[in-house]
Design a binder for this molecule. Structure first.
Ligand code: AMP
Length: 131
């Protein structure tokens, strides 16, 4: 059965897309740990990120770097933090999180519940900066 992220990539489930290419897709996390929290996902369904072939993983990092550059320009923050968890959704993904302080990237706190309008507004800002 297709993962929820495959359904997002295929447009069966709506998302706030940031960018995509032939291999990867980036969209806003619906429950961000900080505003602008974005997920980078390979279109190929694979559960564990370190099972991804070296060359694909390398290209995924380069794509994540491009997304992070757009986030950093669009959102007021010191830098973009990166983490991999993968305990909830069995489809490899990188979390890219704008942060000013360490707690901005802490997953143990209560996550945000932005409205669709708020997410759409942030997505527009980041999308505009994606090169
Ligand atoms: P994890 O697998 O532990 O890395 O966490 C999965 C992440 O996916 C969580 O941060 C969720 O908020 C996020 N997530 C789950 N479903 C959706 C969705 N439909 N749209 C956007 N983000 C989602």
């Amino acid at each position: 059965m297709a993962t929820i992220f495959s359904k997002i990539i295929n447009g069966e489930i709506p998302s706030h897309k940031i960018a995509e290419n032939e291999e990867f897709f980036a969209f806003l996390d619906i429950n961000p740990v900080s505003p602008g929290h974005t997920l980078v996902v390979p279109k190929m369904e694979i559960d564990y990120i370190f099972d991804i072939e070296d060359d694909v993983l390398g290209r995924m990092m380069v794509f994540a770097k491009q997304v992070a550059a757009a986030q950093r320009t669009a959102i007021s923050c010191k830098r973009i933090g990166m983490t991999v968890i993968g305990l909830e959704v069995p489809h490899a993904h990188i979390h890219l999180i704008p942060m000013n302080k360490e707690s901005d990237i802490y997953f143990g706190k209560e996550k945000g519940t932005p409205t669709q309008e708020e997410l759409a507004e942030i997505a527009i800002k980041i999308r505009k900066e994606f090169k």
